[in-house]
Design a protein around this ligand. Structure first.
Ligand SMILES: Nc1ncnc2c1ncn2[C@@H]1O[C@H](COP(=O)(O)OP(=O)(O)OP(=O)(O)O)[C@@H](O)[C@H]1O
Length: 232
């Protein structure tokens, strides 16, 4: 997936100014930035919910501006808040949403995906109405994995989750990358970036200030780098 010199304005306000990003299959990229930096706008442009004013967006070789539906068919998306049918179980929710996407799952396939996304076995057949936010996010990730997409987009996937749920979800995100998906994750969770992502980018006022590999950085160094960039 790649973005080349993408610009997006809302009236006078410039949400993105010449943003270029390239992600390889199997790579997890953490997009960091303060509120209003342009992270959600970036995801909405890739999803085709917004049109750029300038620049190119390519998803799995498809021009996402000219063919947003074609691109979206190759994208799985996990929003910050996952909506599930409260009276259906995780297995039933997953089966329902996978079917909407054209894929019929049997019970074993559904359970395997829920395990991969980190949802504990005892919750698989329970009604989703009683789930915590972390459990709903995990079902959302399983739904995303079921789509067999080339690109996975996540918007603040661990916001509001406890450490254990956030850790399980991070594990599921890595599993998605191991399947060969290019994963772009907008996040404020600086301490988890190193565990999940191979690269990070820091966005502020619609500009990418810095891109860096995470392997040689500690979590504390990532936080220091972030704060230093934002104080400039
Ligand atoms: N539909 C819209 N109409 C007008 N302005 C918008 C719209 N969507 C976003 N913006 C503006 O564009 C800028 C980028 O917003 P965006 O939501 O992409 O930031 P963000 O990095 O996702 O922030 P957060 O961390 O709070 O989710 C902000 O200044 C925002 O007010």
């Amino acid at each position: 997936m790649r973005l080349d010199s993408v610009r997006k304005r809302f009236g006078e306000r410039c949400a993105l100014e010449s943003l270029s990003l390239a992600l390889a299959p199997g790579e997890v990229y953490a997009l960091l930035g303060p509120n209003g930096a342009g992270k959600t706008t970036t995801l909405n442009l890739i999803l085709g919910f917004l049109r750029p004013d300038a620049g190119r967006i390519e998803v799995a070789g498809i021009d996402a501006v000219a063919d947003p539906l074609g691109a979206r068919a190759r994208i799985a998306y996990l929003p910050e808040t996952v909506m599930l049918h409260p009276t259906l179980s995780a297995i039933e929710n997953l089966g329902y949403f996978a079917l909407l996407g054209g894929r019929r799952l049997d019970d074993a396939q559904a359970r395997a995906l829920l395990n991969e996304a980190g949802l504990q076995e005892e919750a698989h057949a329970r009604r989703a109405g009683g789930y915590s936010k972390g459990m709903r996010q995990k079902v959302g990730l399983a739904i995303a994995l079921a789509k067999d997409a080339r690109v996975l987009l996540l918007d603040e996937p661990t916001s509001g989750l406890d450490a254990s749920a956030a850790n399980d979800l991070s594990h599921g995100v890595r599993a998605a990358a191991q399947r060969g998906m290019a994963v772009l994750m907008a996040t404020h969770d600086l301490y988890r970036v190193k565990d999940v992502a191979q690269r990070l980018g820091i966005l502020r006022d619609g500009r990418l200030l810095l891109e860096q590999r995470t392997d040689r950085l500690s979590a504390a160094q990532i936080e220091a780098l972030y704060l230093e960039q934002l104080s400039r």
